[in-house]
Design a binder for this molecule. Structure first.
Ligand code: GLC
Length: 641
């Protein structure tokens, strides 16, 4: 049982349920845990007074929470794990690319509702430096609104409307670093020692050089190394991402207290899910890669346990794009299971799906997915195929070898396949952070372009277009049905192609991730009634699948995912099991028809009442002499009643 479940239990026994009473209960229920986590990071001998400060801060932060949200918190607590519901369908979008600003976004809520979206992830909207700012991931404030998006009043008006429409909001909390224009950085530059200790700053490069011995580079092409010399401060500062993103020094507990305050100010604007950005990097230790360290987990749990006292209706998403076995640890382990982040990006599934598309095979997908440890009962995934970032090729080398492939050669093949180095490949992606010395690189590009729609349209090749549409539906058919919250990347619902305009912009041209951050094509959307358009087929199919998902409780995540082997190396099959119903998903990653033997499906109870209907196409499935035929790139959703 995680702490949230314990809170639910305790609060159900309280007769007079008011926010104040229940705050006290949560405070005392978590106190021992908070104390343990705090003193594990910050030794008691030295930091007793800071712990006292934390204890006095918690009620103050609770008092700052708007009454309406305090009541919503209580409702959420009694509702249970709302984030595991089949109702959850997300969309990630850039406000300025979607419809100009926050006001424009609010006007487009009917479009999102119509598609069946009830959960929005807005890319950063907080003030940021002019010029390069990593798409807003260099923050000048944690709770302000950048002028280009509108005002705080407009944000509040949007969140109020979202609540009214039963929609959820996720915003980023860029917890690992601030911009070099953030008020603390400015004070540090001006020579203020207190604020220099809010970051990792050093008078010369002796210590940075020691750190560098073990720390990998995140952006080797554009921002090599992990430290930057700041002329104004006349000191070195740790900058793991870009030189203008200064890493916060969490070994200083004052930083934790200040960031908790910033977090609460942000969520008090009506945020339901906090995307904990780059959280794998939170704790640094010389002699280590300074990623996924146990102290980072302790720190995240400390944030979690404190915020749970203040605002139990707000949950965390782990943005940890790391090895599969490391990702699940962000849900919390052992005693802490379910006490870190409630949600994590299923980056492993995402990257594996792209591998299956390129190889037309599912061996690596099976090998990897079946070796990922189970997630805790109260946690869930965000399942997605594309987002604003690149696609990394972080597959386990041993698993690649097991497929009979050489890991280095295999990654080169994938880069070639997706990044226009193979004539026969339908993909039109771009290379990201390619390192010619090692041959390592990552992939950018929109889903539609990576799946061949761009090539199909430009070469007027009907077959290629049709194939690309099938692949787009196939991948979405998987993420909509795999246990967790599907997150559609805005534009993918209408097969939006790459946007090459970033190449003309001096602040963006060095970062090819901008190719997959296109403007929402409202002109195309106004033509979706034209059923001949490939974009219409994508949109209307996804809309239908979303509606099916939201009507069937078997899609809710109850840790009820079972992966099945079909004996056909081009096919991937998984089942969502329920007591009274079940859903079997079959996916063909090949360009040719594939046949699967069906007796195992019968044993699972799938064809007991004759040929079942596929929910995706609405047609009866091709079923002959016990053999089951899947057309090229087909995804089937079969329901067991
Ligand atoms: C996350 C974001 C990415 C950003 C990085 C640094 O990984 O998704 O876009 O560059 O954090 O903030």
């Amino acid at each position: 049982m995680n702490q949230a479940t314990a809170h639910r239990l305790i609060s159900s026994t309280v007769e007079e349920k008011n926010p104040g009473n229940l705050f006290d209960l949560r405070f005392y229920a978590n106190l021992g845990y908070v104390q343990h986590l705090f003193y594990s990071l910050y030794p008691e001998e030295k930091y007793k007074a800071v712990f006292q400060d934390l204890l006095s801060l918690l009620p103050k932060l609770f008092a700052s929470r708007p009454e309406e949200l305090k009541f919503q918190d209580l409702q959420r607590l009694s509702d249970g794990n709302w984030y595991q519901s089949e109702q959850m369908v997300g969309m990630q979008l850039y406000v300025e690319h979607f419809n100009k600003n926050l006001k424009g976004l609010k006007e487009k809520l009917p479009y999102l509702k119509d598609l069946g979206i009830n959960f929005l992830h807005l890319m950063p909207i907080s003030p940021r430096p002019k010029g390069e700012n990593d798409g807003g991931y260099a923050v000048n404030s944690y709770h302000g609104v950048d002028k280009k998006y509108g005002t705080t009043k407009e944000l509040l008006s949007l969140t109020k409307e979202l609540r009214k429409q039963d929609m959820f909001l996720m915003l980023d909390f860029v917890v690992n670093h601030t911009s070099d224009e953030f008020s603390w950085a400015k004070k540090a530059k001006a020579g203020n020692k207190k604020y220099q200790e809010y970051y990792y700053t050093f008078s010369d490069d002796t210590i940075p050089k020691e750190y560098e011995k073990c720390m990998p580079e995140v952006f080797p092409e554009t921002s090599p190394g992990n430290f930057t010399y700041d002329l104004e401060m006349n000191r070195w500062v740790m900058t793991v991402f870009n030189s203008y993103q200064w890493d916060l020094n969490y070994t200083n507990p004052e930083v934790f207290l200040e960031m908790l305050t910033n977090l609460v100010k942000m969520i008090n604007q009506g945020v339901d899910v906090v995307r904990f950005d780059a959280l794998a990097f939170l704790w640094k230790k010389m002699g280590t890669i300074s990623q996924n360290l146990p102290e980072s987990h302790t720190l995240i749990s400390l944030f979690r346990m404190c915020l749970q006292i203040i605002a139990p209706g707000t949950i965390f998403l782990a943005e940890a794009i790391v090895a599969p076995t490391e990702i699940v640890k962000y849900f919390g382990e052992d005693f802490g299971a379910g006490n870190e982040c409630e949600i994590a990006y299923n980056a492993s599934l995402m990257a594996l799906l792209w591998n299956s598309i390129a190889t037309k095979k599912t061996g690596l997908l099976y090998e990897s997915l079946t070796n990922i440890p189970n997630k805790p009962q109260d946690c869930t995934w965000i399942n997605y195929i594309r987002c604003h970032d690149d696609i990394g090729l972080g597959y386990e080398n041993d698993f690649i070898k097991k497929m009979g492939w050489d890991p280095q050669q295999h990654r080169t093949f994938l880069l070639d396949y997706y990044c226009q180095n193979l004539d026969w490949s339908p993909a039109t992606g771009m290379l990201f952070m390619y390192n010619p010395k090692t041959g390592d690189g990552r992939i950018t590009g929109s889903a539609a372009s990576l799946l061949g729609l761009e090539k199909g349209i430009s070469s007027k090749n009907g077959e290629l277009i049709e194939e690309a549409v099938s692949k787009i539906i196939l991948l979405h058919g998987i993420v909509l049905a795999y246990g967790g919250i599907p997150m559609i990347y805005a534009g993918d619902e209408i097969g939006t192609l790459n946007d090459y305009s970033f190449q003309e912009d001096a602040d963006k041209k060095g970062d090819s991730r901008w190719v997959n951050r296109p403007k929402q094509d409202w002109n195309m959307i106004s033509n979706l009634d034209d059923k001949k358009l490939p974009q219409s087929k994508i949109f209307h199919t996804l809309k239908k699948l979303i509606a099916i998902r939201r009507k069937n409780s078997v899609f809710a995540d109850q840790n009820n995912l079972v992966i099945h082997h079909t004996g056909n190396n081009h096919v991937f099959a998984f089942e969502r099991t329920g007591e009274n119903d079940g859903l079997l998903v079959l996916c063909n990653f090949d360009e040719k028809q594939q046949v699967v033997e069906s007796s195992w499906m019968m044993k699972l109870g799938y064809f007991t009442k004759g040929e079942p209907k596929d929910l995706v196409s609405g047609k009866k499935v091709a079923f002959n002499s016990g053999l089951f035929t899947l057309s090229p790139y087909q995804v089937l959703w079969l329901k067991r009643d």
